[in-house]
Design a protein around this ligand. Structure first.
Ligand SMILES: [Zn+2]
Length: 433
């Protein structure tokens, strides 16, 4: 007999919720019928046709504030010709459930669903209200998703704790051990469009007012700025945990001084590893440059888009002053595309310790560690309201497979899905006692 978690994930993947357009209603119909069968009431929110989020709740005893299990329904588009299997077939190939969303983040959604239903089935009143929340539009800013829900229905989403996406139990990162990560925070995007006007003219007669030349020089000045290494509490704890496996980190584990860690990071050339570099520094990436159409015409306008990511604790306004200083060109108009400060929840809570303890029980040989998300998730909207939000998925994923998130050939092994579901149930049950 096919495992329930596997079967549900296959069915969920087959619903094409690529964003755009999203079509999240497909998944909302799917969840509604499951809740109906289980005798659980649910409510839907539809700010635009087809862009729906769904919320279901089990009433608890009110001994603790509500717990929200959050995941997003929408997925990144997948082009069939770049994949070695149909991204929306949900087929099982070589022991893996295959398709878009298998990792980001339909597997987590099904784990949460089954943990939620298990609380209902066991019949005991949980200590707190338990909310299942599947939302639209995470992949393009949450305007039709969490941002909208918290803006227009703030009282329906009060919570003490939100569990969301963020990290996994990863194999292949450490030589002989798993690393089970929980993400209490994420970097903040500071996406900028830089606009520069200039004088058009004939390419044979350069006049010094070419906006494309001026803009590229300014952007190069910005790119040559080297942001300092900053040890956030999350990164500090992450490296402390790794020190049990990486001997060269031991001096930092002993004295706990940020300057010791910074020296180790520099001496061992860890900044050459993009993931580590981004975990301890603000980053700047020039990702788009547009101007001119002909080889012999000086353009009148040039535009660049820069993706800056700031660590939690960094001040956006201060960083913008620094950006202007390095561009050092008053004729550049800076237009924010999206700006959100880095954000983090306290790791020093009972819930965090409990999640970590359960992960450690199920994976006794793993190292547990906090992880700073380099991208964004919907957790930021809750953290903005002072709600604690942690991101994790208790399934083992090979480091290699993480590339398939927003990439090609996304998949999760049956074993990871089944085990992950059981661990998720355990965590939710213990958070609701
Ligand atoms: Zn996601």
């Amino acid at each position: 007999m096919i495992n329930e978690a596997v079967d549900l994930l296959q069915r969920y993947i087959r619903l094409n919720t690529s964003n755009p357009p999203g079509n999240e209603y497909l998944a909302v119909d799917f969840f509604t019928s499951i809740f109906k069968e289980a005798g659980i009431e649910c409510k839907t929110y539809e700010p635009k046709p087809g862009r729906i989020s769904i919320r279901a709740e089990i009433q608890g005893a009110g001994l603790q504030g509500p717990l929200i299990l959050l995941h997003h329904i929408d997925v990144i588009a997948a082009d069939k010709k770049d994949w070695s299997f149909d991204p929306f077939s949900g087929d099982i190939i070589n022991g893996h459930i295959c398709g878009r969303g298998a990792l980001d983040t339909k597997s987590l959604g099904i784990m949460q669903l089954l943990a939620f239903l298990a609380i209902k089935k066991n019949g005991l009143k949980p200590s707190r209200n338990l909310v299942f929340l599947a939302t639209a539009d995470e992949e393009s800013g949450a305007d039709c998703g969490v941002d909208h829900l918290l803006r227009d229905y703030p009282h329906e989403f009060n919570a003490d704790l939100v569990l969301n996406e963020g990290s996994y139990v990863v194999s292949g990162l450490l030589p002989n051990k798993l690393i089970a990560m929980i993400s209490p925070g994420e970097k903040g995007p500071c996406w900028l469009r830089l606009k520069r006007k200039g004088l058009p003219g004939h390419g044979s007669t350069p006049h010094g007012h070419n906006p494309l030349e001026q803009l590229t020089k300014a952007v190069n000045r910005l790119l040559s700025y080297e942001p300092p290494v900053v040890i956030t509490p999350i990164a500090g704890e992450y490296f402390k945990r790794l020190a049990t496996d990486w001997d060269f980190l031991k001096p930092y584990a002993v004295d706990g001084k940020p300057e010791t860690l910074i020296k180790i990071i520099r001496d061992n050339d860890l900044l050459s590893m993009p993931q580590i570099n981004a975990m301890v520094r603000n980053t700047i990436s020039l990702n788009s440059l547009q101007s001119g159409a002909r080889v012999n015409v000086i353009p009148s306008y040039a535009e660049a888009e820069v993706d800056i990511r700031l660590l939690p604790g960094q001040n956006m306004e201060e960083f913008m002053v620094l950006v202007k200083k390095h561009l050092s060109d008053d004729l550049i108009r800076i237009e924010p595309i999206s700006q959100y400060e880095g954000n983090a929840s306290d790791m020093n809570t009972e819930s965090y310790r409990l999640i970590e303890m359960v992960l450690q029980e199920h994976y006794p040989d793993a190292i547990t560690a906090p992880y700073l998300m380099l991208g964004t998730s919907d957790s930021r909207f809750f953290r903005d309201r002072g709600v604690t939000a942690y991101g994790f998925c208790p399934a083992v994923i090979p480091a290699e497979d993480l590339k398939s998130i927003h990439g090609n050939d996304e998949r999760i092994s049956i074993e990871s899905m089944v085990t992950g579901t059981e661990i998720y149930k355990d965590i939710v049950r213990r958070l609701c006692i």
